[in-house]
Design a protein around this ligand. Structure first.
Ligand SMILES: Cc1cc2nc3c(=O)[nH]c(=O)nc-3n(C[C@H](O)[C@H](O)[C@H](O)COP(=O)(O)O)c2cc1C
Length: 343
């Protein structure tokens, strides 16, 4: 049982989205967002990043950009949390408004633009955080101005590796001009070649990559010993099904409309990688069925963001027992058994 007050969720929904986000983080830091009462169903236990995870459900990057609320997020019952995206130097991001809720579409559009307090604050927060067993990923990117990707990504990797269980290279935010060009095989190889990390390195990719583009990413990841891929970031696409007029806002779309394309890409990557890469599935997960679909398509782990924004911490209290039930119904005795079983 999660004790997250429904009153808090109702209040947050009425606020301007970015204010709501800051308030949610403050509530977490003050211990007002509740905690998971009991242990997870043992069928949900799984191993990743050289660690044992109580469940395969993680919080996706962008929620806790500065690693400011790690321990409270862990207490909500996430199997792992990915903090960031952090950039070398602090930056403000794009002018507001830059975050839009498309409620009837169960979607969000954001063009935050890597607003964050920079590496120094991020590291200080990591050192201070009483992580209490939390399995942690550090997601990093580059500054909008004055960046040199081949220098900056490896430097960030070296600084962050001692403090995280895995690293996530973000080359897929649509809100930093030119960033997605780094997904080309050659540019990616140029970055990966210079990263010497004792911790597993994941590459977070865009759902808008072409089939050839995905092949090139998988090849570069394999050639340069990346541990895996996170599939996917937000999309620049605007499916015809979107109802809310805010669909015209520029930025990355996340949530329900991203579920089908990101899951299809996940399955393609799983086939290309043939078990040689670990895959983390993100995009439009709201229900236990959605989470199971990601596992069956080849994800070893699943991340949530937009679903968590709409449902709050109570989401985990539904998602995890629901996933445990579905696994048993399908005759699986562990999460690992389900991974890629639908391919
Ligand atoms: C407001 C917002 C901010 C985000 N910021 C980041 C970020 O800083 N770094 C990143 O890698 N992904 C970021 N993402 C993408 C999410 O981590 C996730 O990949 C994407 O939203 C798809 O999952 P979802 O449909 O469950 O939201 C952000 C998403 C949202 C909605």
């Amino acid at each position: 049982m999660i004790l997250a007050p429904p009153v808090l969720m109702a209040a947050l929904r009425r606020l301007e989205p970015e204010r709501a986000h800051h308030l949610a983080l403050t509530a977490l830091r003050w211990g007002l967002a509740g905690r998971q009462a009991g242990p997870d169903d043992p069928i949900l236990a799984t191993a990743a990043f050289g660690r044992q995870l109580a469940n395969p459900i993680g919080l996706a990057a962008g929620f806790d950009k500065n690693a400011a609320a790690l321990a409270p997020l862990g207490r909500l019952g996430f199997g792992f949390v990915e903090a960031g995206t952090v950039t070398p130097r602090p930056q403000n991001g794009n002018p507001r408004p830059r975050l839009f809720r498309l409620e009837e579409d169960r979607a969000i559009i954001n063009r935050m633009g890597f607003n964050n307090q920079g590496l120094e604050v991020f590291l200080a927060n990591l050192r201070r955080a009483a992580r209490a067993g939390l399995v942690l990923g550090a997601n990093f990117g580059i500054n909008k101005e004055g960046a040199e990707p081949e220098r900056d990504y490896p430097a960030m990797a070296s600084a962050l590796a001692p403090h995280a269980d895995y690293l996530a290279i973000n080359v897929s935010s649509p809100n930093t001009p030119g960033l997605r060009d780094l997904q080309s095989g050659e540019r990616l190889a140029g970055i990966l070649r210079h990263i010497a990390s004792p911790k597993p390195v994941f590459i977070k990719i865009a759902p808008d990559l072409t089939e050839d583009g995905l092949e090139a990413v998988v090849a570069a990841a394999l050639a340069h010993d990346a541990a895996g891929l996170i599939i996917a970031n937000t999309t620049l696409a605007r499916p015809a099904t979107l109802k809310n007029p805010l669909k015209r806002e520029s930025g990355g779309l996340s949530g329900a409309p991203l579920f089908a394309p990101s899951t299809a890409m996940l399955a393609r990557a799983a086939r290309l990688a043939g078990g040689r890469l670990a895959l983390i599935g993100a995009g439009g997960v709201f229900t236990p069925e959605d989470a199971l679909a990601k596992l069956l398509a080849g994800a070893a782990l699943v991340q949530i963001y937009t679903g968590f924004v709409y449902q709050g911490p109570a989401m985990l209290a539904r998602l995890k027992p629901g996933l445990a039930r579905l696994l048993r119904e399908r005759g699986f005795s562990s999460v690992a058994e389900a991974v890629g079983a639908g391919l």
